[in-house]
Write a protein that binds this ligand. Structure first.
Ligand SMILES: [Zn+2]
Length: 115
């Protein structure tokens, strides 16, 4: 999925279990925040978007084109993070289903964040 605004996720395999690394500073002190689930049949016009944030849950079936779904074809999951070391607060990790492959990528740190 490279070349469309995403950068690959990196993992520190020297820790046990493996630790996810910040795409800005490479540190491993990441704190999870909002989780967004995009539930969509292949190429469907609609997607069920469920957002979990600080104990609150909202879910609605909406137009996929304006939903923020990072998958071009199917399902996806977005987890927001804040980095304790470099203070970036709007990091977004995406797990993207695409043609039988699952990609794990960050939004491009140089692109505007958005959901
Ligand atoms: Zn960082």
């Amino acid at each position: 999925m490279y070349g469309r605004g995403y950068v690959p996720a990196k993992i520190d395999s020297d820790t046990s279990p493996d630790a996810l690394l910040c795409p800005y500073c490479g540190g491993n002190n990441l704190h999870q925040g909002t989780v967004v689930v995009y539930d969509r049949n292949e190429d469907a016009d609609k997607v069920r978007r469920t957002i979990v944030n600080q104990g609150a849950v909202s879910s609605a079936e909406i137009d996929n084109n304006t939903s923020g779904n990072p998958s071009l074809r199917r399902h996806a999951l977005t987890i927001f993070f804040e980095c304790e070391l470099c203070q970036h607060a709007d990091l977004q990790l995406h797990i993207i289903q695409h043609k039988g492959i699952t990609f794990v990528e960050w939004s491009d740190p140089n692109a505007d964040p958005g959901v």
